[in-house]
Design a protein around this ligand. Structure first.
Ligand code: PEP
Ligand code: MN
Length: 352
């Protein structure tokens, strides 16, 4: 349920309404929008009569029941106003959001050694990426496959952050690792395989670094938004949704089916920013550029692209990783589409 206050409602009146609702046993949450103040009510609101709430104050414009199971993640909860997730990075704040320039995240699947992670960081930065990605803890299908270098890879990510000034995005697989990963990472990634690890979602929601929530490989859009709801409900408002391909009946030629239809669909459902990952979405480097361009044309807010200095030798996801040279060209290709949709910022290097 959301209580929309009239424009210019006195602060004291918003407070009084919230206090009254608290007395009713509810947990009101004040949401300050560009134009209006809204009081969000979540929990067991099914038996509440909107008219009874309306009578609380003449400053209440209207009371709206949010029918969807996801409340805080719903577009209604923020009165249709998109959430911008602003991430402080050494190079300055980077904002991911609906009306912002497209943000590109690039880097290897796994952090393998210092030389490769720093080289990749500098290359993707020069091409215009704002974040470096790279796994320290890797969720691998086989227990015999490379599992990531863990804690020592976090130090290498810190070195790459220092050398490039890029923000760092890396995956958290297990709750006890959150604190040490958050010391290095600017955004914490929840991987597809952990999208419904509810205890992890609660813990990651209770810390303040922004969260990149990947869509589970068999998750419906509603399940994905409910997973985001866990993080929001735990107190962290900075969630970015990342589509990375889902499982369909055909896995012969592409690793997954990249569901670009989430772009228009999510925009009708949620205020949260969207990222598209065509690397895991297709599983093959030659398919990545077309899907990345389509994602920009379709209205994505950000992209995640795997880049490796020598994909043939990569310890994970080599076949879907672009070389730095191919990534350079891709950024030029993306700029054409990005400019056409009015969402491309010239990389700083192009200005000097
Ligand atoms: C990754 O980003 O390297 C990764 C493992 O992604 P996903 O969880 O989407 O498979
Ligand atoms: Mn990968």
């Amino acid at each position: 349920m959301i209580v929309v206050m009239k424009v210019g409602s006195p602060e004291a009146e918003v407070k009084r309404v919230s206090e009254e609702l608290t007395e009713w046993g509810l947990s009101p949450e004040k949401i300050v929008g560009k134009h209006k103040v809204v009081i969000g009510l979540v929990g067991d609101t099914a038996s509440l009569d909107p008219l009874r709430i309306q009578e609380l104050s003449p400053y209440i414009e209207y009371v709206l029941a949010v029918e969807k199971p996801f409340k805080r993640a719903s577009l209604e909860y923020r009165q249709g106003e998109p959430t911008d997730v602003t991430v402080p990075t050494p190079n300055g704040p980077v904002t991911i959001g609906r009306n912002q320039p497209i943000v590109v995240v690039a880097g290897p699947c796994s952090v393998e050694n210092e030389e490769m992670i720093i080289e990749t960081a500098l290359r993707v930065k020069a091409a215009g990426a704002q974040f470096l990605r790279g796994g320290a803890y890797k969720p691998r299908t086989s227990p015999y496959a490379f599992q990531g270098h863990g804690e020592s890879a976090l130090e290498l990510l810190a070195a790459a952050r220092e050398a490039s000034g890029l923000g760092i995005i890396t995956e958290v697989m297990d709750s006890p690792d959150i604190a040490k990963i958050a010391e290095v990472a600017d955004v914490l990634q929840v991987g597809a395989r952990n999208m419904q690890n509810f205890s992890l979602l609660k813990k990651i929601g209770a810390q303040h670094k922004p969260v990149l929530l990947k869509r589970g490989m068999s998750a419906t859009i509603e399940e994905w938004l409910m997973a985001a709801e866990y993080i929001l409900a735990a107190g962290n408002p900075n969630v970015i949704l990342c589509e990375r391909g889902i499982r369909t009946f055909d896995r012969q030629y592409a690793r997954n089916t990249l569901d670009l239809s989430v772009l228009p669909v999510l925009k009708t459902l949620t205020h949260l920013p969207i990222m598209i990952d065509p690397s895991h979405g297709t599983g093959k480097s030659e398919y990545v550029p077309a899907m990345a361009m389509a994602a920009i044309a379709g209205g994505t807010d950000s992209l995640m692209i795997e880049v490796h200095p020598n994909p043939a030798k990569a310890l994970s996801d080599g076949p879907q990783s672009l070389t730095p040279e191919r990534f350079d060209r891709l950024m030029e290709e993306l700029a054409v589409i990005g400019k056409a949709v009015g969402r491309w910022e010239q990389p700083a290097l192009a200005l000097v």
